[in-house]
Design a protein around this ligand. Structure first.
Ligand code: UDP
Length: 259
């Protein structure tokens, strides 16, 4: 809003400035025109006890992926996101095609929810389906196929590499969701994704289709290194992006405001 529609932000600004504090995902989102004494940076978080994130036994995850026609014994690359141009599903397919030149048995899972009131989602779905061009190893799935929280959880857990190749992003909760499940993530170098992926520790940040493909190939070629990155990512999420941290932030802020 502040970047894309400055006039609208200027309309809202006096209302925001009436408050005692404002909370922002990260410093780069705070508009320079904001005049407030207390500006707090606190990224969103994931709930480790929600159905989307709770621990699932491996055989259960394997069974779910199998039900969707995905072979759990072959490499799986997965992106979970709405069918939206900024999530770049077509770029993910292009990267996957480059990956498959090297890793011929790889599969891609693109799972996203379709809001029935979002005509753009259907257009992007159709464009993505066209880009898939009938490829049986590219699985395009949505809530229309009964993909809900438990299935998303299982897809993220069975993926060898999780991708979030966003071109623009707010925070990108799917990145923390995947890291929490111990999966390495290849993410677009966009806003909140940069907070979550420490380059070379939890995964990689990428700027284009080619680098996305290269990083996926590197991770698929080195499963031990990929596991280690996923484990580091889980600890990064534990320290910074769980609801326990958010609770602490809110209590601290309330305490400061009440003091
Ligand atoms: N999500 C889901 N089902 C889908 C696609 C996405 O449950 O088919 C969830 C995803 O797991 C995440 C959220 O929707 O919790 C998307 O949040 P994110 O910050 O990644 O992107 P946004 O959609 O808010 O831009």
């Amino acid at each position: 809003l502040t970047d894309a529609q400055p006039d609208m932000w200027e309309f809202f600004r006096p209302f925001v400035e009436e408050y005692d504090a404002s909370v922002w995902t990260m410093p780069e989102f705070v508009p320079s025109s904001l005049q407030m004494e207390r500006v707090v940076h606190a990224p969103p978080c994931i709930d480790p006890l929600s159905v989307k994130n709770l621990e699932l036994a491996t055989p259960f995850c394997v069974e779910i992926t199998r039900q969707y026609g995905i072979d759990p014994h072959r490499p799986i690359v997965c992106q979970v996101s709405r069918f939206d141009p900024w999530k770049d599903p077509i770029g993910v397919i292009e990267a996957f095609r480059l990956v498959r030149e090297q890793v011929t048995d790889a599969q891609l899972v693109l799972a996203g929810s379709m809001a029935t009131d979002d005509p753009e989602a259907f257009r992007v779905w159709e464009e993505t389906e066209a880009a898939r061009a009938g490829d049986r190893d590219i699985h395009l799935l949505s809530n229309l196929h009964q993909v809900g929280a438990v299935q998303i959880n299982a897809f993220q857990r069975t993926a060898d590499v999780v991708v979030q190749k966003s071109l623009r992003e707010g925070f990108g909760l799917t990145v923390s969701e995947a890291l929490w499940k111990g999966r390495p993530v290849v993410g677009g170098r966009a806003c909140g994704i940069k907070l979550q992926i420490r380059e070379g520790y939890d995964g990689y940040l990428v700027d284009d289709v080619e680098s996305c493909a290269r990083r996926i190939i590197d991770l698929l070629a080195d499963p031990v290194g990929a596991e280690a990155m996923g484990a580091q990512g889980r600890e990064h999420v534990r320290a910074n992006f769980l609801s326990t941290r958010e609770l602490e932030d809110w209590l601290r802020l309330m305490g400061e405001l009440g003091a």
